[in-house]
Design a protein around this ligand. Structure first.
Ligand code: NAP
Ligand code: 3JM
Length: 339
């Protein structure tokens, strides 16, 4: 019989945690037992896994006894505190927060891009899952970088509210209802109304005028592609979409990359689906990417304002490829090759 593993899902009641359970089940991950962990607010709750109702337990120092793999998505401070505790108890942590991503000893992995970095889990017992916006962008850019060497990336994002969690999904739904009924909208999660609006503000502002989300895209992209020379500038925007992030990506390459060659490279790339038939109004869209695991790329065209430039439109489900699916793919590499 093939081996099975005890898996803890930390933040199981959240938007990402819920998706983790779905993806583990869908991909038939070799789970022996799953342990659901969340805050004391969730005490007494049950969640379904493989047709069974399982109790949610309160996260604590003793939560990781017997656990082989711990999937974390309960916020940065929980990851900072509990990943080392889980690792000391013998679990390998796959962490979805930004807490460990830029630690030089912790690998930051997108399986289609840098699968071999998983081996570095041995340093601290932690593997970091990148930010959702970074993941879909590097899946699309990796084959282009390998062929033409990317010098500079200019990216603008159109990010779904599900990236902020279950409360934000509720906020958009409730605001839409109130406003359509002629009543004022109350904002609790975001600093301004999100329904029928765009907020150029994701995560906190930093002293350089960028947001933390924007600087995640800059620093994580370089680390995953293993190229500190790539220049990246980002503007990250929250839009009133429930699921899937969209990105307008402009790249400047060292070598000429025609739109036709880019289309050929992307068609052969793992995890990518080219959706690009503008004559028939066919291009990637958030509503079609939702619930899928691929990164969809379209609007592939040369940037006529510079010598070696290319524009792309990149869309993926932020809770799936942007979080849960990527984390489970990392766990699959771990069990196939290392544990
Ligand atoms: P969410 O829907 O608000 O869920 C938060 C989860 O964390 C819930 O399960 C919550 O449990 C749990 N939690 C909060 N405080 C806790 C505590 N003190 N002890 C134990 N559990 C606690 O948020 P989400 O969208 O799922 O995101 C969760 C985290 O995942 C984010 O903070 C972020 O770090 C990460 N994230 C990563 C990506 C990515 O990798 N690309 C994308 C989105 C989010 P209760 O239900 O009991 O409150
Ligand atoms: C996505 O603890 C927190 O403040 C979590 C903030 C957060 C993050 C993050 O920085 O870990 C919310 C949503 C992310 C992320 O993937 O970077």
């Amino acid at each position: 019989m093939s081996r099975t593993f005890n898996v803890a899902v930390v933040g199981a009641t959240g938007a990402v945690g819920n998706q983790m359970l779905e993806v583990l089940e869908e991909r038939n991950f070799p789970v022996k037992e799953v342990r659901l962990l969340a805050s004391s607010r969730s005490e007494g709750k049950f969640l379904e896994f493989r047709g069974e109702q399982l109790p949610v337990q309160v996260l604590g120092k003793d939560s990781f006894k017997g656990i082989d793999i711990a999937l974390f998505s309960a916020g940065g401070s929980r990851s900072e505190e509990f990943c080392p505790i889980a690792a000391a108890a013998g679990a390998v942590c796959v962490d979805n927060s930004s807490a460990w991503r830029m630690d030089p000893e912790v690998p930051l992995v997108v399986p289609e891009v840098n699968p071999h970095d998983v081996a570095l889990y041995r340093n601290k017992g932690i593997i970091a899952n990148p930010n959702c916006s970074t993941i879909q962008m590097v899946v699309a850019l990796k084959p282009l970088h390998d062929f033409a060497t990317i010098r500079r990336i200019v990216v603008s994002t159109y990010q779904a509210v599900s990236g902020t969690g279950t409360h934000a999904i509720d906020e958009l739904r409730i605001q839409c209802g109130e406003l359509l009924n002629g009543r004022p909208a109350e904002s609790k999660v975001y600093p301004h109304q999100i329904a029928f609006n765009c907020l150029p503000h994701i995560d906190v502002f930093l002293p350089n005028g960028y947001t933390k989300e924007e600087m995640k895209m800059v620093n994580e992209t370089r680390k995953i592609l293993g190229d500190e020379k790539i220049r990246v500038t980002a503007t990250t925007v929250r839009v009133p979409v429930f699921y899937s992030h969209s990105e307008a990506v402009n790249i400047e390459t060292e070598r000429k990359l025609t739109a036709a060659k880019a289309r050929e490279l992307l068609t052969a790339a793992p995890g990518v689906l080219v959706v690009d038939d503008v004559a028939n109004a066919v291009y990637p869209m958030a509503v079609e990417a939702a619930g899928q695991d691929l990164t969809f790329v379209g609007r592939i065209r040369e940037d006529e304002s510079i010598e070696n430039g290319l524009n792309l439109w990149v869309v993926a489900d932020n809770l799936r490829k942007g979080a849960a699916t990527n984390a489970v793919q990392i766990a699959e590499l771990l069990v196939e090759k290392y544990l």
